[in-house]
Write a protein that binds this ligand. Structure first.
Ligand code: C5J
Length: 224
């Protein structure tokens, strides 16, 4: 396959990438976090902040697919017997619902439950990779690094939720494994807007210490 070298106008400087060696990563756009009536809302969060990014994420996904790029979807998901959920994760704090409990859309953060499915608008194609991750980061316990090495992927472009938790953790894990990562700032969101802003600032600080950031229009412009 021919190399397709592109460059996105990003912060703190241009983000060059080869389309054939780059994957679009969509973090945890699952019903329980994004849709009204799900787990996120039961925790008292305003999910309309998260649903607002869905059309922009869909536009990027559509363009990326049309350009022939690799796509990876993740879900924060545990096995039904919770054997991959450390007690520290399940027991921390005093939530009304814990991982594995019956929530409004089935058992919370359990693979196969209705609330654990990716929202219809961003539904994975059969040809795309879907990673169920027991942690906040997408590399922990998933074998994803080996999969990406096999595919010769060196660059990752991130969308998804929440910015400061699973997106940031995944980007930091990717950084330590040698990937060059770009976060699309209008395709990620937090229930806490100030945390989103701080995370974006932390990612591109100090000469892209974790990675690059850019609005999706800058990526769409080079994909056209
Ligand atoms: C994600 C979370 N996906 N906030 N999970 O960020 O617990």
């Amino acid at each position: 396959m021919e190399n397709t070298l592109l460059s996105v106008n990003a912060t703190p400087f241009a983000y060059p990438f080869d389309l054939q060696k780059t994957a679009l990563v969509i973090i945890d756009m699952q019903r329980d976090f994004v849709e009204p009536g799900g787990f996120g809302e039961t925790l008292g969060n305003d999910v309309s902040l998260l649903t607002a990014i869905v059309p922009t994420c869909k536009e990027v996904l559509t363009s990326w697919r049309a350009a022939g790029g690799q796509v990876i979807h993740t879900r924060e998901a545990h096995l039904p017997d919770l054997s991959d959920c450390p007690p520290a994760k399940r027991n921390r704090g005093n939530p009304t619902l814990r991982i594995g409990d019956e929530g409004p859309m089935g058992r919370i953060l359990v693979a196969g439950e209705p609330g654990n499915q990716i929202i219809d608008e961003l539904m994975p194609l059969d040809s795309e990779i879907v990673i169920d991750k027991p942690g906040k980061g997408m590399f922990y316990g998933t074998g994803l690094h080996e999969m990406l090495q096999e595919l010769d992927i060196t660059h990752l472009i991130f969308m998804g939720v929440t910015t400061e938790v699973c997106v940031q953790t995944s980007m930091r894990e990717a950084n330590d494994r040698g990937y060059d990562s770009l976060l699309l700032t209008d395709c990620t969101e937090s229930y806490l807007p100030e945390f989103k802003a701080s995370t974006i600032a932390m990612i591109h600080a100090q000469g892209a210490i974790v990675g690059w950031t850019a609005p999706s229009a800058q990526l769409l412009a080079v994909l056209e």
